[in-house]
Design a protein around this ligand. Structure first.
Ligand code: NDP
Length: 287
């Protein structure tokens, strides 16, 4: 058996096309969604992400505002910029690129963003809203994973899902989203005992670990749907957390790296910016 490859690049392109159509409709009402991205320092990976976020924002017809600040920017100056963006009606979404340089209080910075403009979904109010089933801004990477899962599986109700990783950015919100869709969810982490055995019980396996080729085919239940969130730079190039060659022999479906979850993350950022714009203008959430 060879697993089906879930094409995140193609799905993300279709999603961006839908977003562009919504943006064109908003333009006829004089509304242009605006996304502000704040980047501190010179981290090369962050620079690449910020550049492609800016390009894709403009491609769907939104306004992109980039704020590049030196790594030694004091917390006060960063908070002042966020306050200015919070008050700016042309800005519907604010994203502060993480990780922040050492010395800055990440939680304080995230929680300074107006929750309705928090398109990353990391503000404590949005985290709480998601956990309690209220209308929230949902973190982009797990939202993208959920879209791929729904598209591939239809209903997730009653399926056993194992999420490896408990970060605030991926693992925890992924588990919340799966739970919201009535999957039976287990969250695994570095202290989990007998991880391979646990994984073998999963109909849905999400790997968000940050270790190259960590999950091998013998951990996977035959026919399971495997979502590989990992992005690991190795000498062999970009690889995921799932060992592709062995996983392909067992899984029912697998997201590739690159070309799986990665493109969905940016598309979901644009989707969240569109949603934030609609809500700011008293319009229904876009489909
Ligand atoms: P973190 O480092 O914050 O979290 C990693 C998680 O993996 C932790 O919960 C950790 O457990 C767990 N873990 C580490 N080692 C083991 C182990 N041996 N067994 C079981 N669990 C383990 O990473 P992120 O959640 O931010 O990111 C995860 C991966 O996803 C990374 O490769 C990152 O690059 C990628 N990523 C991809 C995105 C995309 O757009 N495709 C977006 C964001 C991230 P513990 O909590 O116990 O330490």
């Amino acid at each position: 058996m060879t697993a089906q490859i879930i094409d995140g690049t193609a799905f993300a392109a279709r999603l961006r096309a839908r977003i562009a159509a919504h943006v064109a409709k908003l333009a006829t009402q004089g509304i242009t969604p605006g996304l502000a991205v704040v980047l501190l320092g010179e981290d090369p990976a962050s620079q690449v992400y910020v550049r492609s976020k800016g390009r894709m924002t403009r491609e769907v017809g939104m306004a992109s505002f980039e704020h590049r600040l030196p790594a030694d920017t004091p917390q006060d100056a960063l908070l002042a910029l966020i306050a200015q963006l919070n008050a700016d009606p042309a800005v519907n979404g604010i994203l502060v690129q993480l990780p922040l340089p050492a010395g800055l209080d990440e939680a304080a910075v995230i929680n300074a963003i107006a929750p309705e403009k928090d398109v990353d979904g990391f503000h404590i109010l949005n985290v709480g809203r998601l956990a309690t089933g209220q209308k929230a801004m949902v973190p982009c990477t797990p939202l993208g994973c959920l879209m791929l899962l729904r598209d591939h599986l239809g209903s997730l109700a009653g399926l056993n899902a194992v999420v490896i990783g408990r970060s605030n950015i991926v693992g925890k919100p992924m588990a919340q989203l799966l739970l919201r869709d009535s999957a039976t969810v287990t969250i695994a982490h570095s202290r989990t005992s007998d991880l391979p055995d646990l994984c073998r019980r999963a109909d849905i396996l999400v790997a968000a670990v940050g270790r190259p080729n960590f999950v091998t085919g013998d951990w996977i239940r035959p026919g399971a749907t495997v979502i590989d969130v990992g992005i690991n730079r190795t000498e062999a190039g970009l690889v995921g957390d799932v060992d592709r060659a062995s996983a392909l022999q067992v899984a029912g479906a697998l997201t590739p790296v690159p070309g799986g979850v990665g493109p969905m993350t940016i598309a979901c950022l644009l989707a969240n910016t569109l949603t934030a714009t609609a809500r700011a203008n008293g319009l229904p959430d876009p489909e």
